[in-house]
Design a binder for this molecule. Structure first.
Ligand code: GLU
Length: 333
């Protein structure tokens, strides 16, 4: 009897250990991010974005990082609750909504999946093919993508966009009005891109309306913790690890992550692929998201940017973490 009881206790202990969160992955994420945070904090290179006047106010010393796992665990270090403008990272989530509303075919036909926008043998020759040489993660492509979000009118389309992006964060997000107004007053270039796309029959509806909704989405305020949670749904193939709800299909997540691999870090997408090796997306507000499929999302916030518009500390953190945890998708055994 005593023996049986002992065996039972052993059995329960073994089960408890195997399902405890500490044993669901091989690394102590908490210790790893603490170490990398202190190593990277000393890097003072880069410049805060100033082409959108309101972004100049960002504090260059802010620095935070968060890992949100597919098991719904959060590991954080530094300034993880400071609000900043999501900027281009919104493109990932507006793409998700446009894919849901209008489907992959229209996005491929009207936006494209091109990395450089130039043909394979181009020096910098203008391309003459009658297809859009964009992708949904550069400005022109994102504005066209935004035009394929459906709704009865502009207000309905915007309301739906904000609610959809908020679902990923698990809380009601809001537009940072100062950033939005500042960007709307200085976004002549984006308006030109939208009208050019309209002239080429790529953009649906009113180009100015698409730019306004695109700009509002870029001005949504998030924290580093929000961003990690938003990414964790992509890491978990469309199911939110916190609410357990399916926000988007795994098929669409594949499309989105492919675009992030293709062009998430602008002209630095190649070096990012080599050194980090997972889908990523940056924004000029200083946020960076890296998605490790089936494992976790990493979010970093640090406003100083490199020449390509990517957070300097964000890129260094992702590179170091990829090395430390060995999560490059094409790593050697
Ligand atoms: N709203 C910014 C723009 O359109 C986004 C740029 C970015 O974050 O890369 O220029």
């Amino acid at each position: 009897m005593q023996n049986l009881r002992k065996k039972g206790l052993w059995f329960i202990t073994v089960i408890a250990i195997s399902i405890s969160p500490a044993f669901t992955h091989d690394y102590d994420y908490s210790a790893v991010i603490k170490k990398i945070y202190h190593e990277v904090k000393a890097n003072n290179a880069g410049k805060v974005a100033d082409y959108i006047p309101a972004l100049k106010q960002a504090d260059p010393d802010n620095f935070g990082m968060v890992i949100a796992t597919v098991d719904g665990e959060i590991y954080k270090e530094g300034d993880t609750a400071v609000e900043f403008a999501i900027e281009s990272i919104s493109k990932v989530f507006t793409l998700a909504l446009a894919l849901q509303d209008s489907g992959e075919d229209i996005i491929l036909k009207k936006v494209g999946a091109y990395q450089t926008g130039l043909p394979f043998n181009s020096i910098i020759a203008p391309d003459i093919r009658a297809i859009p040489l964009q992708n949904p993660l550069v400005n022109a492509g994102a504005i066209i993508t935004t035009s394929y979000i459906q709704g009865a009118n502009s207000a309905a389309k915007w309301g739906k966009t904000l609610a959809f992006i908020s679902t990923f964060a698990g809380r009601e997000l809001k537009v940072m009005n100062d950033v939005c107004e500042s960007e709307l007053a200085t976004n002549q270039h984006n308006r030109a891109l939208a009208w050019q796309a309209k002239a080429s029959d790529y953009l649906l509806g009113d180009p100015d309306d698409a730019v306004i909704r695109y700009t509002r989405a870029c001005s949504i305020g998030i924290t580093c913790e929000d961003l990690a949670k938003m990414g964790s749904t992509l890491a978990n193939y469309g199911v939110d690890p916190f609410s357990k709800r399916t926000i988007i299909s795994a098929e669409k997540v594949k499309f989105i992550l492919s675009m992030m691999l293709l062009s998430g870090l602008y002209d630095s997408s190649g070096p990012w692929l080599l050194k980090v090796g997972v889908p990523g997306k940056s924004g000029v507000g200083g946020g960076i998201l890296a998605v490790v499929p089936g494992k976790f999302a990493l979010a970093v916030f640090s406003p100083p940017l490199d020449e390509s518009g990517n957070s300097v500390r964000g890129v260094e953190t992702a590179e170091k973490l990829s090395h430390e945890l060995g999560f490059h998708l094409l790593k050697q055994r």
